[in-house]
Write a protein that binds this ligand. Sequence first.
Ligand SMILES: [Zn+2]
Length: 209
Amino acid sequence: MSARPNAPRLDEVLPARAAWSAILRRGEVLRIIDQDGQQAVDTLFYNAADTAERYSAQDTLLAQGSAYVATGTRLLSNEGRVLATVVGDTCGLHDTSAGACSCEANTVRFGHHTRFMHACRENFVLEGMRYGLQKRDIVANVNFFMNVPVRPDGELAIVDGVSGPGSYVEVRAEMDVLVLVSNCPQVNNPCNGFNPTPIRMLVWANPDG
Ligand SMILES: [Zn+2]
């Protein structure tokens, strides 16, 4: 793990399948560590001052002209402003096309017996309620550490993750942002290696702030 000059102001381990949230002040850096490898981390960003402004996967992909999220990706809002920038990455491959797993999608993809399995969309809804968000506020998200190649015919595939133990991604807030995270509980496809595991969240204060 690369060093940062100061101690983080926040250092928490998020258990497998759990939700998490934080307000990042402008200039703060969030590092998400995939402790055991192959763990998808579903993530949403909102303008903390006005959550009607929120992450837009469509605008982000259109602006950068690439299908994946990597170092340098500017995570844009639905108003075309930069919410956050990916400033560090040891994995190299992150998705923002496949969305979050939900109970409804699970039943379509994997059968009705999966209806009662916990899903990312529930994590987002439950965590977002703490900030006054509702179902309608949960939009297409970033899937850190999730390997979703876009096939030549345009189809998406969810395949084995390339994220090894200890891989991390770093995101710098470009305004005050609310971050919602679902440590993906999915066990019906390989996005978590069929074994959801804990992740570690660190936040560094703005060195200039
Ligand atoms: Zn999920």
